[in-house]
Design a binder for this molecule. Sequence first.
Ligand SMILES: [Ca+2]
Length: 320
Amino acid sequence: MLGAQKIIIDTDPGQDDAVAILLALASPDEIEVLGITAVAGNVPLSLTEKNARIVCELAGRSDIGVYAGCAHPLKRKLVTAEHVHGKTGLDGPELPEPKIKLKEKHGVNFIIDTLMQEPANSVSLCPLGPLTNIATAMLKEPRITPRIKQIVLMGGAYFEVGNITPAAEFNIFVDPDAAKIVFASGIEIVVMPLDVTHKALVTTQRNEAFRQLKTPVGVAVAEMTDFFERFDKEKYGSTGAPLHDPCVTAYLIDPTIFSGRKINVEIETESELTLGMTVADWWRVTDREANAFFVGDLDTNKFFSLLTNRLGRLPLNGIS
Ligand SMILES: [Ca+2]
């Protein structure tokens, strides 16, 4: 475990969140998951926290603490995405009810306590859903902000523009006020927008590679991506499901898979028409200070070979 990066995964599972979590849990040499905080997003909080526990159990990691965070965005009514992820958020495979109990501590307090207890600049945050928990933690205990090593998140879009409205990506749209706080925090931020995640497509061949692992994890991931792809095939005419959130955990394992630009990204919180838009200065036409590494491309083959290889390791021997 020496040298592994300490992270907190903040998530709204979500099939692609599940794959991102599995990839992290399969990679203990590079990533030490200190805990998982659930947030309302793809489905309501009662389902996202349960799904996070289901995924830990699938990975054979019942030692991972799962904490429920915020049930609603900072200022707005929750918008969910059952049309993409199904009624449970994890539709596809038949997975058992989790035996792991939800931790009693609030997810926001877990984030605060962990950042205050661990050495400064040693813990990274990995938000895979709306940024409500992260922003709430920053508002509640401002001393945590300079202690965060970096934030690697899935959210936003520039060239791909929107997936929930013509202008906005879902995670940012659900809680733009939270996103604004996080992007103004001064913390080093790595952003995985739709521009890159829409290139991380599970083709038939890649789905079959998951299935051919012939493990409970491999089969479950193949069934999740089978379910997930219906939506994207229909909407975008793409060849398979985009694995949005696994880009975050893959970046922590091997950042050389990804390329992007250090640019300024601002969040629209006023306009009804473009609410939640990530206004990304990709062409550097303003003098606004760069606040994010905005990823634009990935080496798809390298990404899927890493992912399939790592998923094949689960459950890990000696950790449970
Ligand atoms: Ca997510």
